[in-house]
Ligand binder design. Sequence first.
Ligand code: NAD
Length: 300
Amino acid sequence: METIAFIGLGNMGAPMANNLLSAGLKVQVFDLVTELAKPLAAAGAKVCDSIEQVVMGADAVVTMLPAGEHVTAVYLGGNGCQGIVNYVGESTVLIDSSTIDPKSARLVAAKAKERGIDFADAPVSGGVTGASAGTLTFIVGGSEQAFIRAECVLKHMGKNIFHAGDSGCGQMGKICNNLMLGILMAGTCEALNLGIANGLDPKVLSNIMLQSSGRNWALELYNPCPGVMENAPASNHYQPGFMSKLMLKDLGLGLEAATQSQSSVPMGALARNLYAFHNMNGNQELDFSSLFEFYRSEQP
Ligand code: NAD
């Protein structure tokens, strides 16, 4: 793999593309917002004007886009673009790292397969911090061959790379993880707030729960109560991190998937509604641990 096309240079995509450049690969980039390519151009990337141009001569294409509709338009065509699957040949592997619905991921994979092209859905966990540090976790769906080819590129941007199963399974793995994360963050906020309201010091309570059966990722690494953990977003005015609006999006994807499989997700539905309410109150851009403030503001 020598030449990588990178499409979508937002909060996640820009640092990911930068890590590919740091690894010595040739990187060609494109975003609808042309300004976003400038720092990458300074770091050695070739800036392109269209999807058609950016994928030309690429051994691999990586996309990091907002949602399913952007991904299907970019790969299959729409908004004046004919779609990547119509611009590249079998020698190019396609990798979508956006978080989208598994149905769209499977559709793109099927259309790519019709033309003999490997496609992997490879959403990430780790946020902007992981993207910058090159320590993302990639959760990959696709054939064994697509996974092996994708891994050669993903290893430059992440630390852990899992093959979750066939097409769409990467997205489903990510959705399950974030459904659980939303639920456990809400539970952690709730327990801490209850303790504080009944006279406990949040640092003492956090330590007790960390050494007890309530231990979880949020308590360990991402305490939602300001002042408990120096480096957590809670102690930095809830600057993200992982925005509340993204948690709402991912919980929504979880509920959509549950509707399709007729699974029962009462906890996920409750967490989604908590985040919908929290976001409606103007907290979309704050870190998702700011849900703690929702509980705190409930105090008499
Ligand atoms: P972002 O909105 O900052 O970036 C998306 C970029 O895609 C934008 O710059 C936009 O201009 C570009 N874009 C949209 N349509 C395009 C098109 N047709 N052609 C070219 N560029 C186009 O979003 P982000 O925070 O970087 O997130 C990207 C994806 O990663 C999302 O699916 C998100 O859910 C997921 N994700 C984000 C985080 C996070 O912490 N931000 C963490 C994990 C996963």
